[in-house]
Design a protein around this ligand. Structure first.
Ligand code: ATP
Length: 295
């Protein structure tokens, strides 16, 4: 049996820091969304665990034990006592260090895929728990779709999206380190006007109201990232000028996205933007984070 797996990227419709948790981590409040842009993986049974990685565009992703795919496989082995092996291949299409959850989504796809390949019978909640030991965004990627994510990102409430939405997204410059962005945020603080309106954004998403959604979007990390990388600032303006209803940075950057009233407007903007930004991609919201096909 071979599994062909899509590991889907995520975007943050919103990202707010609402406090500090007892363990010192940031208490977050976010609306996270799976999108159709994805990394491609294959898995087949084998003696040991192996991983081969192919990247596009010169981004560096390690193929050793530090790769989140192998870390997820090891975490699943130790949580279940399994000694099974797998030969895994990973083709990266999600930009790296972009705030699009690339590594987290590969980890989530590994958990779902190996759960199937090794016939472990774990449910999504158990995979989310194991995922959290790998990274804060992994539980969301395991669950997928649209969710309000709180705490470090592990407290998830799934939300029914009113209608599919069309987006463009790309990384206008090299990646940003999440740690550096948070350090800069601590130095500058958060202005109230930079906070998203999570309640209004959630209602807009439930109703599929793009105009209302655009008004309520926000990411408190965006102002510092726009200062650290002026390319992010320029890219957001370019997406707005291309006709997006709203444009924002996702996660801690450096990728940006724009959302459109309908597919036609999105396609027009995509065609215009890729002249300046060849890495620009058009995508749609997705109902799951991982798609597995058995061949
Ligand atoms: P998030 O949105 O969850 O904050 P990100 O988009 O900021 O994630 P990633 O693309 O997941 O960041 O990768 C960050 C770092 O993790 C990379 O610099 C890379 O060295 C390392 N890494 C380990 N495994 C992977 C993987 N499978 N894919 C991408 N990066 C990986």
């Amino acid at each position: 049996m071979t599994l062909n797996i899509q590991a889907r990227a995520k975007i943050n419709w919103t990202l707010d820091v609402v406090g500090t948790l007892p363990n010192g981590y940031h208490d977050l409040d976010m609306l996270m969304q799976s999108v159709t842009l994805c990394d491609q993986m294959t898995m087949r049974p084998a003696q040991g665990l192996t991983l081969s990685v192919r990247t596009a565009g010169g981004a560096f992703v390690p193929a050793d034990e530090s790769n989140l795919v192998l870390r997820a496989a090891r975490a699943l082995q130790s949580a279940t006592g399994t000694t099974g092996g797998a030969a895994i291949t990973l083709r990266k299409f999600i930009p790296v260090a972009a705030g699009m959850g690339g590594g987290s989504s590969d980890a989530a796809a590994t958990l779902h895929g190996l759960n199937r390949l090794w016939e472990l019978g774990l449910d999504t909640a158990e995979l989310e728990r194991i995922g959290l030991t790998i990274g804060a965004d992994v539980p969301f990627c395991v669950r997928g779709g649209l969710a309000r994510a709180q705490g470090v990102g592990e407290r998830l409430t799934s939300i029914a999206l009113g209608k599919p939405l069309y987006l463009v997204a790309f990384q206008p410059c090299r990646g940003l380190s999440t740690k550096e962005v948070f350090t800069a945020l601590h130095e500058q603080g958060i202005r109230d006007e930079d906070r998203p309106d999570n309640e209004a954004a959630q209602r807009a998403l439930e109703r599929g109201n793009v105009r209302l959604l655009a008004k309520s979007l926000g990411n408190v990390l965006e102002p510092v990232s726009r200062q650290m990388r002026p390319e992010i600032d320029r890219a957001i303006r370019a997406i707005e000028a291309a006709g997006a209803e709203g444009a924002r940075m996702t996660g801690s950057g450096s990728a940006v996205f724009g959302v459109f009233r309908h597919a036609g407007l999105c396609r027009k903007a995509y065609q215009a933007l890729r002249e300046t930004y060849p890495s620009c991609r058009m995508m749609r919201t997705a109902e799951s984070g991982v798609v597995i096909e058995e061949v």
